[in-house]
Design a protein around this ligand. Structure first.
Ligand code: DXP
Length: 255
């Protein structure tokens, strides 16, 4: 079970809802993924344009926990304003803090992320910050009281997978709150690796929405996360330098 704040979830996959070929395919992919937490950019909620189609209307919202994100924010103040807008809609009290510090890489601004997280905690939000894979920053966020940390595997939408497993392992080792690997996941193998390393969950979007068959890929991601988690719990064998026979050698006839 994944526990975030006072909520528990069976699924360890959080799915993004952007860039699907259609609302219908998105709905099918969400169902195939088994995800219970769906994330979306608050700016896509069509708050200002209620006449436009809203992707949330396609889903049975009683089945999902919504995790709005502050995509588009470049300062802590902007992130807080976006988060309050989401809360005012009555849809959620969880927020993914996303404060981008660089337009080319879309990497998060650590200082503004820390500031925004502090302000949102004071406002009573369940706070999940998207961070760089920096263990010191992760520790400072945990000390603030955030409810999970979401280090990036690699830049958003890049599909490069986990580019720095060492950094990620430092965060996983030291965290006492859930670590959700967020952004840059390209394939089911990336999910399995992160989960085998001990991550508590995965947040992904592009690898599913941009796949040739998003519904099939959503299912593949679900299975990979489950397999990776089972492998982590089962305990991997240590790697050895040389061969070791798989069948017992005691009692073998010698010439
Ligand atoms: C949907 C969302 O929150 C993204 O900003 C997230 O970081 C996912 O990244 P990928 O699209 O690389 O999976």
């Amino acid at each position: 079970m994944l526990k975030i704040g006072d909520k528990t979830f069976q699924s360890r996959l959080m799915l993004g809802t952007g860039k699907y070929p259609s609302f219908e395919i998105q709905k099918e992919a969400v169902e195939a993924s088994g995800a219970e937490i769906l994330t979306f950019a608050v700016r896509r909620m069509n708050i200002y344009e209620p006449s436009q189609p809203n992707f949330l209307e396609m889903l049975d919202l009683s089945k999902y926990t919504l995790l709005p994100n502050t995509a588009g924010a470049k300062t802590a103040e902007e992130a807080v304003r976006i988060a309050k807008l989401a809360k005012a809609s009555g849809l959620c009290d969880m927020i993914k803090v996303e404060v981008i510090g660089d337009d080319k890489t879309l990497l998060p601004d650590p200082i503004e992320t820390l500031k925004a997280s502090e302000m949102l905690l004071e406002e009573g939000f369940i706070v999940l910050p998207y961070t760089s894979d920096d263990v010191v920053l992760a520790k400072k966020l945990e000390e603030l009281g955030v409810h999970a940390i979401m280090p990036g595997a690699s830049p958003i939408g890049s599909g490069q997978g986990i580019v720095n497993p060492l950094n990620l392992s430092f965060i996983i080792e030291q965290a006492n709150i859930p670590v959700i690997v967020d952004a840059g996941i390209g394939s089911p193998a990336d999910c399995a690796l992160a989960m085998e390393m001990g991550a508590d969950g995965i947040l992904l979007n592009t690898a599913v929405s941009g796949a040739k068959d998003p519904v099939k890929m959503a299912k593949a991601m679900k299975l990979a996360i489950e397999a990776g988690r089972l492998g982590y719990e089962a305990g991997r064998i240590p790697k050895k330098r040389y061969a070791q026979a798989s069948s017992p050698t005691e009692g073998m006839l010698t010439t």
